[in-house]
Write a protein that binds this ligand. Sequence first.
Ligand code: HAM
Length: 425
Amino acid sequence: MAKKFQTLKGFYDVLPERQSLWRHFEEKILYILDQYHYQEIGLPLVEPTGLFVESVGSNTDIVEKEMYSWEDHLNRDKLTLRPEGTAGCVRAVIENSLTYNGPVKLFYRGSMFRHENVQKGRQRQFHQVGVEAFGLENPEADAEQILLLARLWNLLGLKSITLELNSIGDPNDRIIYRKKLIAYFEDNKKVLDDDALRRLYDNPLRILDSKNKQMQTMLNSAPKLLDFISKEAKQHFDSLCNILEEHNLEFKINTRLVRGLDYYNRTVFEWVSKDLGSQGTIAGGGRYDYLVERIGGNPTFACGFAIGIERIILLLEDLKIENNDVIPDAYIVNQGKGAKPFAFSVAENLRNEGLKVSLNIEGSSFKSQMKKADKSGAKVALIIGDQEAENKIIQVKLIRNDGIQETVDEKKLSLFIKDKINYEK
Ligand code: HAM
């Protein structure tokens, strides 16, 4: 017996019946990104491993244990399947001098790969829409991105989603804070779990993100980074909060929010849904004004975020969204040797006229083909036998309209169908 294969753990197929939700999401996000004038950039799935080590940071979970990395045996290049999109986008901006003429606002979409523990809302291959603005220092840039997301949730009809916001200041602010935090954790060493002990000297800020219940009281009393940030960083944060308030956007300042990637400074934020259990963050991002320079570009202000599409799809599944499946305008039923090539040409000609046409190719019985026409949702069935082929005519059955049937000349067919289905381009 031939060996059967299955998807790898954490990887999955998106079956046709789920695609309508994906399309629904894509339609809405693309519409909103157009409204804010973000432009799409296509980026490779594979990048040099060093790019992620330098940008995401060597002490992060992603770089330490979640990357799909390998050495290309042909040329010894060290390569990685992208675990996130910001690093590649920054590389592309530098490589193509995209900020040469001033600020740019970009977005990308596609698969990301992280070797994580799999659970609901957490896969090893997942999809993001990522949005990045380069060359913009003012808090209006951060505010615009956050409001863009609020607009998206509204348009999608998603409820019970909250915004958590924080400022982690600039790198210099963190030097003093880091020392204070380590000292505080050393005083509370007995309460720290293994993960926290491991991170104590490498990445103590990440301990603040811990969900361990036993550590929460201790973490709530830890020194707050927001109390240590510079006057400029504080002003930036206050202005951002003011803009959001002026636009009636509710948010919670979460002084323990630091995010899991190393490139951030100042603004960090996450949008969290209550309906997804432990993997409730549906979008996250912030400012990263030092990253472009760190990987070889000129100093460039930057901020951005990414949306986890699978998590949005889980939320959309609970809303009873009207099924947007693509349905053909016409389904062609055909039988007979002469009918086949004629039916094939009719299908191609109708597509030339802009119609969506499903042609029965497998050639089952007339009854079974009519059943398929009905099931496809097509608005009309076109019936072609040898006689029709000979006379270049088609029997058009209005299957959604009492099954009325008319004989139509091939030349008049597309106009006839368009008229019957109220076709609009
Ligand atoms: P991130 O927080 O690592 O940020 O990921 C963004 C979003 O991707 C998460 O909030 C979540 O919805 C989704 N996500 C992450 N990991 C998984 C997973 N294993 N399975 C399913 N969904 C997942 C970034 O990636 C940054 N590049 C965002 C950014 C852009 N910051 C600035 N610009």
